[in-house]
Design a protein around this ligand. Structure first.
Ligand code: AMP
Ligand code: TRP
Length: 333
C-alpha cells in the first residue's frame, strides 16, 4: 500500500546521531520506496517556541535541509520545505487549538520537561506546540509519521484532535487518523555522558552527543570519553537492562549496521569496552563522515538550497491550502 509520509525536524542546530538514527535514517528508507509520497518539513515555527537568534535560525533552516539531502533524501522525489512559508499551517493550528482540550495539553510531558521549573515564563507557543504539529500532519492527509520515541505522545494527541474534529463536525473521516512509525529498537538514543538521558541538541556538553557535522577526530574522541561502567561487555541482552550506557552504545552500533542488539552482544560478549569502542568509532566514522562532508559542501550552495525550499513550499502550499479551505468551510467560515 502506498503511504503518505509527513515528518518534521526543528532547525535548532546541532543535529545529532539521535536525530539521524531515530528519525532521518527512517525518512531515507521511506523516501527510497517509490510507492510512498513523502513530505519532510523544516519546522521553523516550532523552533521559535524558545528564543532563537534570527541570523542563526536562517542558517539552521538551510543546515537542516542540507542534512536531509546529505543523508540521502532526494529532493526531486520528496517535498522538502520550511513550515513558515506555508501559512495554512498557522491557520489550521488556530482552528485545531479550538478543538484540542486544555486537559489533553496539560498531560504533555515534553512541555513539562522543556518549560522546566519556571512554567510561568514558558512561551504560550511552547505549550500549544503539539497542536501546530497536529496541523502539520493533518493538512496533508498523512497516513504515517516517522519519528523518534519522544514524539509518541504528541502523535497520540494529533490522533485525538483528528477524531474529535471528525466527530464534532460529523464529517466522517475528513481528517485521516495517522499512524506513528516508531522503531521498536533504537528510537531513543541516549547521551554519551549519561545513559538515562536522551541525546539532545540543547545539552550543554558537546561530549554528550555525536553531531552530524563532527569530523573523524571529534567522533573518535567523543566515543573514547563516552561513559561506560567498569564491567566487561555483557554476555546476554538481559544484562543490558541494568547497564544503560552499555545498552546505548551497543544499540548505536547495531542501528548503524542495521543489525540488532542480540547479535552485537554475541559478537562482543565479555570483551573490554576499549575494543568495542574502537569498532564503534570505526563504524561511526564510516557512516557519519560522508554525511558531514556532504553537509559542509551543500552549505556553500545557498542558492541551490533556497531553490529547493522555494519549490517545496510551492508544492506543499498547493496541497495545504486546499485542505485548509475545506476545514474553513466545515467550521462555518
Ligand atoms: P527535533 O530535533 O526535536 O526536531 O527532533 C527531530 C526528530 O528526531 C524527531 O523525530 C525526534 O523524535 C527525533 N529525535 C530527537 N532526539 C532523539 C534521540 N535522542 N533519539 C532518537 N530520536 C530522536
Ligand atoms: N515536534 C517534532 C520534534 O520536535 C517536530 C515536528 C513538528 C514534527 N511537526 C511535526 C514531527 C510533524 C512529525 C510530524 O521532533
Amino acid at each position: 500500500m502506498s503511504k503518505k509520509i509527513f515528518s518534521g525536524v526543528q532547525p535548532t542546530g546541532n543535529l545529532h546521531l539521535g536525530n539521524y538514527l531515530g528519525a532521518i535514517k527512517n525518512f531515507v528508507n521511506l523516501d527510497n520506496d517509490k510507492e510512498n509520497e513523502c513530505i519532510f518539513c523544516v519546522v521553523d515555527l516550532h523552533a521559535i517556541t524558545v528564543n532563537q537568534d534570527p541570523k542563526k535560525l536562517r542558517d539552521n533552516i538551510r543546515e537542516t535541509l542540507a542534512t536531509f539531502i546529505a543523508s540521502g533524501i532526494d529532493p526531486k522525489k520528496s517535498i522538502i520545505f520550511n513550515q513558515s512559508k506555508v501559512s495554512a499551517h498557522s491557520e489550521a493550528a488556530w482552528i485545531l487549538s479550538c478543538v484540542a482540550r486544555m486537559g489533553w495539553l496539560n498531560r504533555m510531558t515534553q512541555f513539562k520537561e522543556k518549560a522546566g521549573k519556571d512554567k510561568e515564563k514558558a512561551s504560550v507557543g511552547l505549550y500549544s506546540y503539539p497542536v501546530l504539529m497536529a496541523a502539520d500532519i493533518l493538512l496533508y492527509d498523512t497516513t504515517h509519521v516517522p519519528v523518534g520515541d519522544d514524539q509518541k505522545q504528541h502523535l497520540e494527541l494529533c490522533r485525538d484532535i483528528a477524531q474529535k474534529f471528525n466527530n464534532d463536525f460529523k464529517v466522517g473521516n475528513f481528517f485521516h487518523v495517522p499512524e506513528p512509525l516508531i522503531k521498536k529498537e533504537f528510537s531513543r538514543i541516549m547521551s554519551l555522558k549519561d545513559g538515562t538521558k536522551k541525546m539532545s541538541k540543547s545539552e550543554l556538553s558537546d561530549l554528550s552527543r555525536i553531531n552530524l557535522k563532527d569530523n573523524k577526530e571529534e567522533i573518535v574522541n567523543k566515543i573514547k570519553k563516552a561513559k561506560t561502567d567498569s564491567l566487561p561487555l555483557p554476555t546476554s541482552v538481559v544484562e543490558l537492562e541494568k547497564r544503560p550506557e552499555a545498552k546505548n552504545l551497543i544499540g548505536i552500533y547495531a542501528s548503524l549496521l542495521n543489525s540488532n542488539s542480540e547479535k552485537i552482544v554475541k559478537e562482543f560478549s565479555g570483551k573490554n569496552f576499549s575494543d568495542f569502542k574502537e569498532s564503534l568509532s570505526q563504524v561511526l566514522v564510516e557512516k557519519i563522515n560522508p554525511i558531514s562532508n556532504e553537509i559542509k559542501k551543500l552549505l556553500n550552495e545557498k542558492k541551490y538550497l533556497d531553490a529547493i525550499l522555494l519549490e517545496g513550499s510551492e508544492k506543499a502550499d498547493e496541497k495545504a491550502s486546499k485542505k485548509l479551505k475545506k476545514i474553513q468551510e466545515i467550521v462555518g467560515f
